[in-house]
Design a binder for this molecule. Sequence first.
Ligand code: SF4
Ligand code: SF4
Ligand code: FES
Length: 421
Amino acid sequence: MSETIRIKIDGKDITTFSGRNLVDVAKENGIFIPTLCYFRDIHPLGTCRICTVKLNGRHTTGCTTKVADGMEFEINTPELLDNRKAIIEMLYAEGNHFCPSCEKSGKCDMQNLGYDMGITVTRYPHVFSNKIVDFNPKRMIMETNRCILCRRCVEEVKTVDGNDVFSFVNRGVKTVVKIDYEQEAKLTESEAMRAMNLCPVGAILVKGMIHKEPFGEAKYDLLGKAVKPKSNGKALKRDDGGKFIIATTSLAGCFGCHMSILDADTELLDMLEIVEFNKSPLTDIKNFSKRCHIGLVEGGCSNSENVHILREFRKRCDILISLGECAIMGGIPAMRNFVPLQECLEEAYLNSPTTELGANIIPAHEDIPKMLNNVYPCNEIVKIDHYIPGCPPSAQHIWKVVKSLLLGEEFSIAHDEFKYD
Ligand code: SF4
Ligand code: SF4
Ligand code: FES
């Protein structure tokens, strides 16, 4: 029988039994340690490092630590919180995580941790590597780009005769998960579903079994903490009796964020009480005619003109806000980053059907903006002051953020407003 012991977590005395898992002990005492590779029925794997804590002053993983008498843990220090946030940001930057188009959105453990940590943007440049999406297995699709190499599937998914279905192949940064087609074909549908649910992200998908829950009703859609973004607490200055000046632009995006602004409906009238729009496709004012308090940028940079406009916005606006997934992460347009530019152009202009005979040419003229090799999030081109995630963010959300920044008001964002999808 385990002996009763005493440990300390962030200075709090806790009585428990020796040999228990730190993550579980902390949870029972109201202290949350985030986990990704750790799963209740699985032997701890220690692969993701998201649960890193300090034990007697030294870093260690919480999920692999068995508690013993006298241990002292630090769990929620600013340094450890920031380390965890950095790991999630790294995973976002290293994989190709386009939540708005992901089948696991709303049920994804990594996405949920992103919400909880209030991540709006990664501090690392996106890698946009091109890994295989494998449609060959009988029941599954393997989306290797989203895999965080947690090893859950490798350890836990076996056939009835005990064979492995998943394995790690290659080494170091080239490591990927591979499916054994012959073994995968032996899995029943419920075994395949278990594998999909075991994966903490959207890397393992079962054909015909995705998007089962209605939008907005998935596991994490209604959970989570409100996020409190920074506010400098100071209203922006405007000339006496004048209005705040706002500019907006749509770069490589779908114009959905602008449509969302229009969805404010009658609130647009409140907006227009204190705000005047300058350069904006909403007003069709094509050039800046004055300095602006806030610039709202939708879409990333896909061509030379996008870069030029974004730099102009940076010069002419006191505060620059990236609005929507494409501006923040590159979004759906950045999906072309995995294909060489020339191939994209050939597919679009030479190999696609056209109604106009002989129109199969790649347009090229000095007046046409030059396509960049990649689509870039705005913060990789200029400094961005604030981010409003969502695809698109709701009108109320956008207006709340903009109004609070203009008036210097503190504001919080409810979980269901703060969406990557
Ligand atoms: S929802 Fe999909 S794209 Fe978003 S973090 Fe999860 S796996 Fe990645
Ligand atoms: S496929 Fe999913 S479960 Fe398997 S290693 Fe990748 S992230 Fe983990
Ligand atoms: S949860 Fe502990 S290392 Fe992944």
